[in-house]
Design a protein around this ligand. Sequence first.
Ligand code: SAH
Length: 252
Amino acid sequence: MSGRLSVVGLGPGPAAWMTPEASERIAEASDVVGYAPYVARLGLRGDQRTHASDNREELARARFALALAEDGANVAVVSGGDPGVFAMAAAVFEAAEERAAWRAVDISVAPGVSAMQAAAARLGAPLGHDFCAISLSDNLKPWAAVERRLRAAAEGDFVIALYNPASKARPSRIGEAFALLAAMKAHATPVAFARAVGRADERLTLTTLGEADVAIVDMATLVIVGSSETRMIAREGAPPWMLTPRSYGGSR
Ligand code: SAH
């Protein structure tokens, strides 16, 4: 008899940003599958089997989890943030598409707080009006597709949340992305680098498209590039708030 598979969002880091449903799914699981550092953080019981893996092999991990569920296990596949945002949910459904036995598995998704929401909460309200999310990782798509989407996002004047902005293998991508955006958008456009939001080493940097130092951007950073409406609200003795107002066209 086939078991269950839950794709579980752990949120960006702190336990307080994890939903009660996500905690329940993990507590109920006989087997927990995921990226090793996430699995290590969960404080699992001795009777729960863990299957930690590295971060790259998402589809292989999804197939492995479905095979466990097919054999009757109650599997939790864990993902940082929201599992539907550049994470394991898509890999699980892509794998399930491959085999009738896997499509028969009871699959559900427990949502989580995504990095862009956590970053936005720290910064003020930068995602208050139309925005989009783009992953700068070109592991799974050509860089030309990233460039096309960046141009379209700039053309559409969306606030842009950039995930996977840099890595050791691709340190120059964020610089290339900023050069492309700076050619299309005002240099005074507000930019935020929100690093390790919710964790002990959290760091928020507010700058502009023209002055941004992309050398400080690493893989733990979520980047928010404002629209033409996004502005900073200065405060005495505290960093400014970043706001994209809900009314469009300068009405205040
Ligand atoms: N599913 C995740 C995203 C996975 S992609 C989510 O919904 O948040 C990994 C990228 O997410 C990182 O490169 C970084 O850009 C962003 N990210 C994840 N956790 C973060 C955190 N605590 N602070 C800032 N950015 C984070």
